[in-house]
Design a protein around this ligand. Sequence first.
Ligand SMILES: Nc1ccn([C@@H]2O[C@H](COP(=O)(O)OP(=O)(O)OP(=O)(O)O)[C@@H](O)[C@H]2O)c(=O)n1
Ligand SMILES: O=C(CO)[C@H](O)[C@H](O)COP(=O)(O)O
Length: 435
Amino acid sequence: MQSDDSEQDRPAYPRVFPTGEARKSDHLKAGLCVDFPVSVVLPAGGTGERTGLQTPKQFCPFLGRPLISYTVESFERVSWIQTVVVVVAKENTGLMMDIIQRFQHKKVLVVPGGSTRHRSICNGVAALGEQRRPAAHKPKVVIIHDAVRPFVDEDFLHKIATAAKEQGAAGAIRPLVSTVIATTSEGYLDHSLERAKYRASEMPQGFTYDVICEAYQKCTESDFEFGTECLHLALQYCGTNAKLIDGPPTLWKVTYKRDLAAAESIIKETLSQSACLITGGLEAAVALANVLQKAFGALDMTELNVTPDLMGDNGRYLLEDWNFIKVSVDPFCPSEVEALIVALEAENRALLNPAVIIWMHLSVTEEPSTSRRATESAALIDLASTAKLRNILLYGIRLHQPELVLWESSAKPDKLTLRSLNQICAGNPRQMLNI
Ligand SMILES: Nc1ccn([C@@H]2O[C@H](COP(=O)(O)OP(=O)(O)OP(=O)(O)O)[C@@H](O)[C@H]2O)c(=O)n1
Ligand SMILES: O=C(CO)[C@H](O)[C@H](O)COP(=O)(O)O
């Protein structure tokens, strides 16, 4: 991870929660688009030796999902990207096909890798020219991105794709973290480079299909064996000076074991503490929602809004980024939560921003029997398992409160109620009853 980031330069990691109107207007922007075919090559054929782990880093799991699946999703969700070629070592083809099936990736083509990164990328580019799928067009622009850089957003991909189309090649750059020096063969300082003049070359990079094909056709065995820079091939063999674009720090590459921990914490960080309470408009649910809102407020949580439903434009906006607390009062009705899961799925949210649904059900009649509770829990476990495959984390809390007096919207919540709700809210959702 880049270590030179000052506080002001802290990465704007893709977060679940927008901050007010600015984010809202982003949503209202018609959406980025390109009017030429763009496809992607994700080299994922390495062994990840530097992590010191047996499993190649691209297949290491984060919250139950392999890293490569997060990267694939970052591209798949971009409507103007046609095909995502994932290049994997032959022995990992089965594993990759299994990941595609399990996480329902739709745009992926799996291609066998080579012995070096350049050979793998070259195989991926060649596969784009051989596609036989009816809907596949030869791409105008090919974006190349390491499979082990999962945090890439649509805005930046758009910049790279459009610059690549205009210029023939484009790539992300970042300020250097340390000064680069040359050493003598005896291990002494030969000379050092003036740091301000140099940049670190990162990914993604974009090329017109013709430029990247020509570069790989003309480059030497030595380039294939030792080269580390596709932009260099475009310059040397096609005379194309790449357009360089300052990228966000989120583009860092998972290289060492500590990067795996950092990636996981970023993914977790995107699970925001704020949420939208859905009441269905029922009086008792509204009263409960108000108590919860006060409890969250007392915990100084950033945002907790209450809405009766997710209809209309506001609903679409909320579905795009927010987490949800679905409040219901008898009867126990999983189909309401199922409808929320279906709506979230239809919104095709980024996998990097897992959606969390907490279903808080209030039972106001007599205590349900053990067998009824078991049947209801079984239905919810099924629902939660299906949701998890869509990166929707479903948790359940059942409250039994025959007396609703405390929860009338005008009443001040009693201290005990507030304290127990605070305890629920303060707990890691993972420690709650996970249905
Ligand atoms: N023969 C290779 C080598 C690397 N890569 C891919 O190129 C990307 C960047 O390379 P790097 O971080 O060096 O990955 P590894 O080669 O796996 O790591 P290491 O050098 O530590 O072994 C990774 O997504 C990696 O899977 C590839 O497709 N084919
Ligand atoms: O940044 C890059 C290219 O500009 C590549 O990600 C980098 O070269 C990969 O190198 P390595 O496989 O040695 O980590």
